[in-house]
Design a protein around this ligand. Structure first.
Ligand SMILES: [Zn+2]
Length: 83
């Protein structure tokens, strides 16, 4: 999936324009590139995020979900916070 398509999907999913959602898309794509994996169609991947729950962290996570295909609905993304 092309970056433009992901951005459009992310914008519809996320609901507003902001800088953190596209950064999450890029972070998700970078992680998948390093790991040598493709976007999850079902539960092939698992995302473990440590962004916490602040406003921009949620925006960032929406971008990661769009890029990786990992979602809370599929239970293949978890979010914690570094201590
Ligand atoms: Zn946002």
């Amino acid at each position: 999936m092309q970056l433009e398509e992901l951005y459009e999907m992310g914008l519809k999913f996320h609901g507003h324009k902001c800088p953190a959602m596209p950064l999450g898309i890029r972070a998700g794509l970078a992680a998948m590139k390093v790991l040598g994996v493709e976007r999850a169609k079902d539960k092939e991947l698992m995302v473990i995020s440590e962004t916490g729950k602040g406003h921009a962290a949620g925006c960032f996570l929406d971008g990661i979900m769009v890029a990786t295909g990992c979602t809370y609905g599929k239970s293949n993304i978890v979010n914690g916070q570094l201590k």
